[in-house]
Design a protein around this ligand. Structure first.
Ligand code: SAH
Length: 347
């Protein structure tokens, strides 16, 4: 057992089996033994990589989207430029570099980061200098907000319900033979449905809060993550260590644990406030519409040999349908009363 697994086993001994979302929250966020609390997990030497770490083009094109959207919202000044789960701060650094091209935008923005990991806050501080951190979205400033979240919602805990015959169960983590074991606890029946059904109450609560914030103070949000456009049955819980999938139960606190994002459920939660939900795009569609090809051509012209080849391959990986271009989706929501937001709506 890992150190964290032993802590989990003690809690289970005292309180009984725990629902999956509590287990996932402990795996990722336990104050001393949680995965994100103790390490910088990114890159070749780490456990996984993300779009902003693969290519600077990703953050730059998100930056162009933010500037464009800021203008479509009548250029609010001041406004909060918010990132949820900023990791190493690479995306924000790329956005801020692009922001310099429009001084009015650069001087209107205040950077606010929602981040729970002390290790990653330190990395962000080194890269971005003076910014404001938040433990959760509830403390964001009462300003118009432009919000970006890349691979944030997949890290928020999920519950899993399972249908067996006509009975419904919730998956719980318990202990058997000295190991953490997945078990079932009977719950009241749900309408319809087959197989495994996932729900992330905390994701829905965050989306509701952000929707309400944007409805009240104005702004827009861009959510990028892997997941499905329509809610569907299926077990998508996964753990990753050293770029390999591993058992969710065998590496508590030492592997990244995530689930695919149910964008349909997330969209409904955002929209419970009075905001517009824009038509969804895949990551490939979004990046291509934002000018990926031109940007890659321009930057690669300055490179040579292997550096040039690596750069082009990295950028292609983000948008290619068989790489990250299709599995990753891009969702935008925005205040009502504004100009259309390219590329989600035609101008
Ligand atoms: N957006 C970054 C990092 C993605 S990893 C990138 O694309 O590279 C997930 C990020 O969310 C990490 O920064 C992690 O510390 C943070 N995080 C995870 N759970 C969180 C929570 N409940 N509240 C705030 N931040 C969280």
């Amino acid at each position: 057992m890992t150190k964290l697994a032993a802590v989990v086993a003690d809690i289970i001994a005292a309180e009984g089996p725990m629902p999956l979302d509590r287990y996932m929250a402990l795996c990722l966020g336990h104050p001393t033994l949680g995965y994100y609390m103790t390490r910088d997990p990114f890159g070749a030497a780490g456990d996984f990589t993300t779009s902003p770490e693969i290519s600077q083009v990703f953050g730059e094109l998100v930056g162009v989207w933010l500037i464009n959207s800021w203008m479509a919202l009548d250029s609010p000044s001041p406004f909060a430029l918010v990132e949820l789960g900023p990791g190493r701060g690479t995306l924000m650094a790329d956005v801020l570099r692009v922001a310099k091209s429009l001084p009015a935008f650069a001087s209107a923005l205040q950077v606010h980061l929602v981040e729970t990991s002390p290790v990653l806050r330190q990395v962000q501080h080194e890269k971005l200098g003076k910014v404001t951190w938040h433990d959760h979205v509830g403390s964001l400033p009462e300003l118009p907000c432009l919000i970006v979240a890349n691979e944030f919602f997949d890290a928020l805990p999920i519950k899993q319900f399972e249908n067996r015959g006509s009975r419904w169960f919730e998956r719980h983590v318990g202990v058997g033979e000295g190991q953490l074991k997945m078990g079932l606890v009977a719950v009241p029946p749900r309408e319809g449905g087959e197989g495994v059904y996932e729900v992330s109450p905390v994701s829905l609560a965050v989306a509701e809060d952000l929707g309400a914030h944007i409805a009240k103070h104005g702004g827009a949000a861009l959510v990028i993550d892997y997941g499905h456009l329509a809610s569907a049955a299926g077990d998508t819980l996964q753990a990753m260590k050293a770029h390999e999938f591993v058992s969710v139960l065998d590496h508590a606190g030492e592997a990244d644990v995530t689930a695919h994002v149910d964008f349909e459920a997330l969209a409904r939660a955002f929209r419970s406030g009075s905001v517009d939900l824009l038509p969804m795009l895949t990551q490939g569609q979004f990046l291509n519409a934002m000018g990926l090809e031109m940007r890659v051509q321009k930057l690669s012209a300055k490179l040579q040999g292997a550096a040039r080849q690596d750069f082009v391959i990295g950028a292609e990986r983000l948008a290619a349908p068989d790489k990250m271009g299709s599995l990753f989706k891009v969702m935008a929501i925005a205040q009502k009363n504004r100009q259309p937001l390219y590329p989600f709506e035609a101008a």
